[in-house]
Design a protein around this ligand. Structure first.
Ligand code: FES
Length: 128
């Protein structure tokens, strides 16, 4: 049984920003084909900043804690700052993840980055 930090347990038991944003400006989905876990991020953008972030995760406890932490790290940041969030910075904020659970932290940053790419693509097309 992996040993989780208190921060991981806290975000797993009380995940922040769970849910969906209606008419989101960007949506990003990422899955892990090995374990089958899925994560979706929804973002609202205002003045190049993430005004709101929500997520839905069908996954293990670590994946839920990761999504919750990523959403907190990303809220209020500029899009460029959010693109700098990596699996490692998320794991560090969670005070570490057990080695065999580190892959779970990949999903969070990737799904969020995809949501931003989705937003940027829509902007280029000239509409939401
Ligand atoms: Fe699949 Fe954690 S075991 S994301």
């Amino acid at each position: 049984m992996p040993v989780y930090s208190q921060t991981v347990m806290d975000h797993f038991m009380n995940p922040r920003n769970v849910g969906e944003i209606e008419n989101a400006d960007g949506v990003g989905e990422e899955g892990n084909p090995v374990c089958g876990d899925m994560m979706t991020f929804y973002i609202k953008v205002k003045d190049d900043r993430l005004e709101d972030v929500k997520f839905k995760t069908f996954g293990c406890g670590a994946a839920i804690a990761v999504s919750s932490m990523v959403s907190e790290m990303a809220k209020g940041k500029t899009l460029d700052e959010v693109m700098e969030i990596t699996p490692q910075t998320v794991a560090d904020k969670l005070e570490g993840l057990p080695k065999n659970k580190f892959h779970c932290s990949n999903l969070g940053a990737q799904a969020l980055h995809k949501a931003i790419e989705d937003y940027r693509k829509k902007q280029k097309k000239g509409g939401k």
